[in-house]
Design a protein around this ligand. Structure first.
Ligand code: IMP
Ligand code: MG
Length: 181
């Protein structure tokens, strides 16, 4: 049954559902690591909430880094090109890297980042995304770990924003149908 939070927003995944899924993902990632070390690379700002929770569900010797990207072009429609506005602090050559993202949508951001990270010759590169919207994909890319696969809804909360607002909602809520572009 759909629950309603403040401002009348419909909850898509409650904090409890998120916590359960994140725990499962952490256990899977721990198994796949086979005792090796991990560098978790979060994509700011949306993935920050997911990264801190996921990291505590992974039993491994882990370190953290963050990158930030933005889309070129002004106006409502992005030009499709992505640029890096915050680089890694530490080199990832020879490391097991887990890229942590909030939403895999068109795939433009993660395709750009994957290429950028692979140029730096990590030992392994995997992607964990909390949400996946496969119907919106432009670039051919899949995540290795997906929290929830969702239809074309615009969601907010648990790190995800609309015009920088709503990131601090504890649940993932629906703002409306589709991307507000
Ligand atoms: P992509 O390059 O289209 O895959 O963009 C992914 C990014 O778009 C995510 O990291 C989010 O910042 C943003 N995004 C896509 N869909 C949503 C949404 O439903 N709510 C909030 N942000 C979104
Ligand atoms: Mg984002």
């Amino acid at each position: 049954m759909a629950t309603v939070t403040f401002e009348g927003l419909e909850v898509l995944y409650s904090r409890q559902q998120i916590a359960e899924r994140v725990a499962e993902m952490g256990a899977q990632i721990t198994r796949d690591l086979n005792g090796e070390k991990l560098v978790m690379v979060g994509v700011l700002k949306g993935a920050a909430f997911f990264l801190v929770d996921l990291s505590r569900a992974i039993q491994a010797d882990a370190t953290f880094d963050f990158v930030a990207t933005s889309s070129y072009g002004s106006g409502l429609r992005s030009s499709g090109a992505v640029k890096l506005i915050k680089d890694l602090d530490q080199p990832i050559e020879g490391k097991n890297v887990l890229v942590v993202e909030d939403i895999l949508d068109t795939g433009l951001t993660l395709s750009y980042l994957r290429k950028f990270f692979l140029q730096q010759r990590p030992k392994s590169l995997r992607i964990a995304t909390l949400l996946d919207k496969p119907s919106r994909r432009i670039e051919k890319i899949e995540a290795d770990y997906v929290g929830f696969s969702i239809p074309n809804l615009f969601v907010i909360g648990y790190g995800m924003d609309y015009g920088e607002r709503y990131r601090n909602l504890p649940d993932i809520c629906i703002l409306g149908p589709g991307h507000p572009e």
